[in-house]
Write a protein that binds this ligand. Structure first.
Ligand code: FES
Length: 128
């Protein structure tokens, strides 16, 4: 799968909206570094956090065991299937697209995800 990623801190700093249809086009047009925005190939049996590390990226995590919100991403397009989730509510998964990157494998050819989403206000009670 091709995973296109964008750092939440960039979204926040530019006052972009997560549900803006042109969000990733704006990111592509902006002068962002490789840690902030780009694409990577991820096999369907590789977890997103592991794949990011394979590419030399330093994505946040703590437990790697589905029990904190440190590794959180927001799925914007495509599908990321979580193997385990002990901390994110069904509503956050289904309505807000929240995924634990330490538990998520790509399930579609193209995925768009906002990484570093642990900075979201409503996750602060679950970030370690
Ligand atoms: Fe804690 Fe992924 S690092 S749930």
């Amino acid at each position: 799968s091709t995973v296109e990623y964008l750092d939440y801190r960039v979204v926040d700093a530019n006052d972009w909206e997560i549900d803006d249809d042109d969000l990733f086009e704006k990111a592509a047009a902006a002068d962002l570094d490789e840690e902030e925005y780009g694409t990577m190939e991820v096999s369907r049996n590789r977890k997103l956090l592991d794949a990011a590390e394979d590419n030399g990226f330093d994505w946040p995590f703590s437990c790697r065991a589905a029990s904190c919100a440190n590794c959180t991403g927001i799925l914007v397009d495509g599908e990321l299937e979580m193997e385990m989730n002990l901390i994110i509510t069904d509503e956050e998964v289904e309505e807000r697209g929240i995924r634990l990157t330490c538990q998520s494998k790509p399930a579609t050819d193209h995925v768009r995800v906002i990484h570093n989403a642990k900075h979201l206000d409503y996750l602060q009670d679950r970030v370690i």
